[in-house]
Design a protein around this ligand. Sequence first.
Ligand SMILES: [Zn+2]
Length: 234
Amino acid sequence: MKYFEPELTPDDDLPAQSSLQDQFGGLPWGLPPERWPLCASCGGPQSLLAQLRHHRERLDLGNEGRVLFVFACNDDSSRCPTRDRNSGASCCLVAEQGELAQGCTLPPLAQAFPQRRLDRWLGEQVHPAWRVVRWYEREDGIPESYPGSFGLNPDVPDGYDEKEYEGYWSEVSQQTRLGGVPFWIQRPEPPPESRFVGQIDSNCCQAFGDNGIGYIFLSGPASAPRGWFLWQCT
Ligand SMILES: [Zn+2]
């Protein structure tokens, strides 16, 4: 199966951003403030983990110009249960091109989130920004038809060769990427009727426990895709 690995450069080393780009960490570009996800556990704004544009091969969001935003509460400071996809402490949303504004977005101010809290949040909870300067296309050698697409089935599928299975398994990358099959650290936890979109390792934003991996899934029809995020660690 084909998958895509990003080459990341710190935002500070690049010319100032003037349009929406694929990015990990930092502040989202053009996200309407009213769509900024708040953490169901602590009530604070969640922090951006990734902002990724629709691409027919790399990230099929069902429509040109759509953008996937992945957020999670910065649990380094909050200790919120971001690992659980149903916790409301993380969020994965798809925005339409027409919804997006120009420029970086800040979380909306509210009575419970006044300017002084925003100032502190900006200093403490925004992850360092990394921009994707290039995507590399890779091939893991796993046939699309292989049952269970790994992850979804952690054991050798019935009637299949163990050595072949282990050979494929050893090719599953643990790094940040789009496409391919998930590298599950624990038992697979795919959301029902979803498809794997990509994973985020612990090198650019959150540690996800200790050296964990965050997983991105999409479900629902192409007209209204719904995103999911969860993570695992050893
Ligand atoms: Zn929280």
